[in-house]
Design a protein around this ligand. Structure first.
Ligand code: KG4
Ligand code: ZN
Length: 334
């Protein structure tokens, strides 16, 4: 079969990214412009600023990607873009750029769900095989997805309240260690021990998660310490919090694998960069003869290579769009 080159664009949150991906598995060139430094001073993403930054960077990022790959848009077989979920103002910048390119150069336009992108980031590291269970953990999602086959998604569980990444970010803000919270807490927890007794959320037999109780417990603990004038050991708190997160994610994921009798696990989303989560799931999979896959670090957080990987399969499943494509901020995977 002829090789397929896809130029993919991602702008759903605070990263403006473009990539050229070959056959859904080979990253030819990727450029990511992150806005983390800009949003850090506000302690989180400011949507209005994010869309302005995307607008400022989008053309530069596309040009830089083509230059890096030493290719032209004429060499592409299709243009792909994230159309949801995400921030509406941010999504629209990528969508308008992709629509314009598809129209001018007469290329097919592929619409990609951001979460499918996170899942297919795994295909850039190791060929995905089915059936599999995917644990999707990001700033906006915490879901267990059963994939019976290629590009087929069945949600079997999810968070009842906060997403796990959101919880990391909030905890980091409350204890004053910076933004985004995930990488900071991950690092800090290595210097601490499990000293604080925190509640294990939704410790039941379902495939669902809940993180708001854990988040509130950390906030209360921090506030109580402050009121009493006691010092808070941030490293120990980070460690105690992360241990509980790892325990609950591992337990529910293993239950899903057992109940569905599936021998493959993939992890996806920004939180899959977490060292303790990766380690715990890898160890459990080894013990239970389950094939384990997690994206390379560079493909865990938002990037356009994962959109290009998913687009290859989306194209084969008819996910085509035209100039009427609109942003879908609340788009679900299933
Ligand atoms: O997938 P992503 O880049 O954006 C969304 O689609 O949400 O995920 C961002 C989230 C943030 O909440 C960030 O704190 C978290 O991923 N994250 C981590 C780590 N690196 C990023 N969480 C835990 N440990 C990490 N090492
Ligand atoms: Zn994401």
């Amino acid at each position: 079969m002829k090789d397929m080159f896809i130029l993919a664009i991602e702008s759903s949150c605070d990263e403006t990214s473009c990539a050229i991906v070959k056959n859904g598995c080979e990253d030819i060139a990727t450029v990511i412009m992150t806005q983390i430094d800009i949003h850090t001073k506000y302690g989180g993403v400011v949507p209005e600023i994010a869309s302005r930054e995307h607008l400022r960077c989008i053309t530069l990022v596309i040009e830089e990607t083509l230059k890096k790959a030493n290719m032209k848009i004429e060499d592409m077989d299709a243009i792909a873009v994230t159309y949801g979920p995400g921030l509406i103002g941010s999504l629209l910048v990528g969508i308008e750029a992709a629509k314009t390119l598809a129209l001018i150069y007469d290329k097919p336009l592929i619409k990609v769900n951001h979460m499918a992108g996170h899942i297919y980031a795994n295909n850039l590291t190791k060929k995905m095989e089915y059936p599999l269970i995917s644990l999707v953990i990001s700033g906006g999602h915490t879901e267990l997805i059963y994939m019976k086959d290629e590009y087929s998604f069945e949600k079997i569980g999810g968070t009842l309240d906060d997403a796990v990444g959101e919880c990391y970010d909030k905890v980091a803000r409350v204890i004053g260690v910076g933004y985004p919270g995930g990488p900071v807490i991950d690092k800090l927890s290595k210097e601490g021990t499990h000293e604080y007794n925190l509640p294990v959320p939704l410790n039941d037999d379902s495939y669902n998660f809940s993180f708001s109780g854990l988040k509130s417990a950390v906030i209360n603990l921090a506030h109580n310490c402050e009121q009493r004038g006691e010092s808070l050991n941030k490293a120990n708190l980070a460690r105690s919090f992360q241990d509980v997160v790892v325990e609950t994610l591992t337990k529910k994921t293993m239950k899903a694998l057992k109940d569905y009798n599936v021998k493959r696990l993939i992890v996806a989303g920004g939180v899959s960069a977490n060292s303790a989560i990766r380690e715990s799931l890898k160890e459990l999979c080894e013990k239970n003869q389950i094939d384990f896959s997690v994206p390379d670090f560079k493909y865990c957080t938002d990037n356009a290579s994962m959109i290009g990987a998913a687009a290859y399969f989306a194209f084969q499943h008819g996910e085509l769009a035209d100039e009427n494509l609109n942003a879908r901020p609340g788009l679900n995977l299933v």
